[in-house]
Design a protein around this ligand. Structure first.
Ligand code: NAD
Length: 466
């Protein structure tokens, strides 16, 4: 079994002990990750602070070239990283699985490398000149989840480096291996200390909590659950850290009565079941007009029956990524199956496999509708008045994404713009792209990622008035 090290100050750093990372497809050992300590975190922050002194002074062209080199590294090692990712996360290699994630990681890295970072002249006249400069902040602490670990790591790392900051990243204990290897590869083209990685199992030691409170870190970028995001925000208060929080979602889709159910069924299905539903901006509740409700249910169930779940090269969906999430989804589905009408799936499969599950006839207060299931189960709810559907969709503490489905794009857009969420799609769901700013409203987060708006979040503004 190959060994994995943390990377601190450009050097591999083993720990005294390791923790096991399991392959969710069969429970076998995917690898062992270093059990980092608070001393390792302190060393990583110190290395990032030391590297900041010179990295923050590099010119725009040099930083851009370094980010392009990082993107190229991801591309050169995409297959190796994809295999490693599948072994610890469970997503299939093909379809919208690991190879797709690596393609996304490289695309985001390239796009972020190309973003402009120029000062703005706000005024230049006989009363004076005012310039707005964007300056790097210092050490960025990055904490990532287990669902799209490499793509999300790139969303954190690249804008931080592009803007002249240095980084300490801590991946989820469920999926640390692919991040350890990706950071090792990135270090082949970055100066020592610019990008560091630490890992821990969260039980013996919780370095995420320590990072949020660390006085040497200027900003935290956190992607994960709303509950943990609140903790990060609370402990960041002591040192007034800047924050980007990308948190949970309970995205609603609204189907208007003019759709062709069979035509939209595949996109509806994948809007909800991409990565087994373990996607922040996946559709997690579907409201369908009563005129087409039964036909949409039938079309979705027929499509679900064609989707291949497994762990070979032909699989479109793999197992749920870990026991914790499997138990959560199993509990929500058992409750919903007793109250509603199961159209597909409805009960756990072998090991951590869970068939795509569709359940109609639930009420808005039922847990599968109310809570973020973050797994392969979609509740389908009927409505008669679109005003009622909008109100029900908005009746959530979350506000990450939403979608509206109709042949009439203007009618769909009018409904879409009344949804309380950061991104809204028409006739698709969850299709993010690097040039479209992404972030949650309400308790789905704070701040924005992607594009120039996302880049700006890694900078302090300095206004120069002459
Ligand atoms: P999680 O909150 O359990 O864990 C996220 C990370 O936080 C992990 O690295 C974990 O080790 C770390 N952590 C644990 N305790 C911590 C603490 N006290 N302080 C700081 N960090 C700590 O989330 P998860 O289960 O890994 O991911 C699933 C959740 O992430 C879902 O709610 C999903 O919607 C959300 N998510 C959001 C986005 C988005 O862009 N909005 C993207 C992906 C996932």
């Amino acid at each position: 079994m190959r060994s994995f090290s943390m990377i601190i100050g450009g050097k591999p750093m083993a720990a005294e002990t390791t923790f096991d990372v399991l392959n969710p497809a069969d429970g076998s050992l995917a690898g062992r990750a270093p059990q980092g300590s608070i001393a390792d975190l302190d060393a990583a922050v110190a290395a990032a602070q030391a590297a900041f002194a010179s990295w923050s002074k590099t010119g725009d062209a040099e930083r851009r070239a370094a980010c392009e080199a990082v993107a190229a590294k991801i591309g050169e090692h995409a297959e190796e990283l994809a295999q490693l990712l599948t072994s610890e996360q469970g997503k299939p290699l093909n379809g919208q699985g690991s190879r797709f994630e690596l393609g996304g990681a490289q695309a985001w890295a390239m796009h972020t490398a190309s973003l402009p970072m120029e000062p703005k002249v706000l005024q230049d006249d006989n009363r004076g000149r005012v310039e707005l400069h964007r300056k790097p902040m210092g050490v960025i602490g990055s904490i990532t989840p287990w669902n799209w670990p490499l793509m999300i790591a790139v969303w954190h790392i690249l804008p931080a480096l592009r803007t002249g900051n240095t980084v300490v990243i801590k991946p989820s204990p469920y999926t640390p291996l692919s991040t350890l290897r990706m950071v090792e590869l990135m270090n082949e083209v970055l100066p020592a200390g610019v990008l560091n990685v630490v890992t821990c199992d969260d039980v013996t030691v919780n370095l995420g909590a320590a990072m949020s409170a660390h006085p040497g870190i200027r900003k935290m970028v956190f992607t994960g659950s709303t509950a943990t995001g609140r903790r990060v925000m609370a402990s960041a208060a002591e040192t007034l850290k800047r924050l980007t929080l990308e948190l949970g979602g309970n995205d609603a889709g609204i189907v208007l009565p003019d759709v062709d159910p069979e035509e939209i069924a595949p996109a509806l299905f994948w809007g909800a079941f991409i990565n087994n539903g373990q996607t922040c901006a996946a559709m997690k509740r579907l409201y369908v007009h009563e005129d087409v409700h039964d036909a949409v249910c039938d079309a979705l169930a027929a499509y679900a029956a064609t989707v291949k779940v497994g762990s070979d090269d032909t699989a479109e969906l793999g197992p749920v990524a870990n026991r914790m999430q499997f138990d959560k989804v199993s509990g929500l589905v058992a409750d919903a199956a007793a109250k509603g009408r199961v159209l597909a799936g409805g009960a756990p499969g072998e090991g951590l496999f869970f068939p795509p599950t569709l359940i109609a006839g639930l009420g808005d207060a039922d847990p599968l509708v109310r809570e973020e299931q973050f797994g392969p189960a979609l509740p389908i709810l009927s409505y008669s008045d679109v005003e009622d559907a909008i109100a029900r969709a908005n009746d959530s503490e979350n506000g990450l994404g939403g979608s509206v489905w109709s042949k009439d794009i203007e009618a769909a857009k009018a409904v879409a713009m009344r949804l309380e969420c950061g991104s809204v799609w028409i006739n698709k769901h969850g299709a993010i792209q690097p040039n479209a700013p992404f972030g949650g409203v309400k308790q789905s987060g704070l701040g924005i990622e992607f594009g120039e708006e996302g880049l700006a979040e890694y900078t302090d503004i300095q206004t120069v008035l002459i």
